[in-house]
Ligand binder design. Structure first.
Ligand SMILES: [Zn+2]
Length: 304
């Protein structure tokens, strides 16, 4: 058999789907009471879930709370990487640039002092994914990121995990919690289908995805289910470095100037907007308000 014949006989290869998992707002975010015991217990569960992802998961830390360092130390001790998400999670577009940079630097200082971890040289993610800017702010931010050897970490698979968590964290009823977790996973699937299809439209292929989830009770209990459902769609988990090495991201997104800021801040939505396309993202507030909120409210009311 010639080499050519061998080539013809090879089965058609399907491009492998890959996803990098990232967790924002470490150590803890949500409406639940955030006493030290709750935060530590939540982190213990979250680290267990994250360890089963099968690739390094970057945790974007917000260092503002004094009592939280024991929980953050658990992430560090599990050999999981940290990214800088600023000290107090201010909105970039609404904060004077010198204050914003001071806040990001304060996060580096406190994480270095309290955890012995260096954030510089790693990943930076804007709170609320808000990188709205003026030319002046952009110049200052570019200099800050360059000096700190940071790479910007965009998100291409965002969900409303925080809205589901708002209902989840309010109840301790196991049946209600299971129902909410199942709906959350359904919602992850609809968001994934949206970005897969958008990626094919924009790039003619599916680019590696960067999933954002929050450090909340819902993910501390159920992140594994989210990863399993992605794996069942053919995804392999990879590191953020590997996902963001794709040309789609290295062309835009890793350093300023970024894509134009729009309401639904997922990277692919921004690429679409930059090409004049309008997309309806199931992770957007309209879809949640129309589809999921009424179901979640009914569920909460039935149990009262
Ligand atoms: Zn955040």
């Amino acid at each position: 058999m010639t080499i050519f014949a061998l080539f013809l006989a090879a089965p058609a290869t399907v491009a492998a789907r890959t996803v990098a998992v990232t967790v924002d707002d470490l150590p803890f975010v949500g409406p639940s009471p955030r006493d030290k015991r709750t935060v530590v217990a939540n982190m213990r569960k979250l680290v267990t879930q994250v360890r089963q992802v099968g690739a390094p998961v970057v945790g974007f830390v917000v260092g503002r709370r004094r009592g939280d360092y024991d929980a953050l130390a658990m992430w560090r001790d599990a050999q999981l990487p940290f990214g800088n998400h600023t000290f107090s999670h201010r909105r970039y577009s609404k904060t004077p640039i010198d204050r914003f940079i001071l806040d990001a630097t304060k996060n580096e200082d406190i994480v270095r002092r309290r955890l012995g971890v260096e954030l510089r040289g790693g990943w930076f993610r804007y709170p609320y994914l808000d990188h709205g800017h003026t030319a002046e702010k952009l110049a200052a931010m570019t200099a800050y990121l360059k000096k700190g050897r940071y790479r910007h970490a965009p998100v291409s698979l965002a969900t409303r995990d925080y809205s589901f968590n708002a209902f989840y964290a309010r109840t301790t009823d196991p049946a209600v919690r299971q129902r909410i977790a199942a709906w959350y996973v359904e919602h992850v699937i609809e968001c994934t289908k949206h970005v897969e299809s958008l990626s094919r439209t924009l790039y003619g292929r599916e680019i590696p995805l960067v999933l954002l989830v929050h450090a909340n009770p819902l993910n501390a209990d159920h992140l594994r289910k989210v990863i399993d459902v992605l794996k069942s769609r053919g995804y392999t988990t990879v590191s953020l470095e590997v996902a963001l090495a794709d040309k789609a991201y290295t062309d835009f997104g890793l350093s300023p100037p970024y894509l134009p800021l729009i309401r639904d801040r997922n990277f692919l939505n921004q690429v679409a907007a930059s090409r004049g396309m309008k997309v309806a993202d199931p992770a957007g507030s309209d879809h949640f308000r129309e589809t999921w909120r009424p179901k979640l409210e009914r569920l909460a009311a039935d149990r009262r």
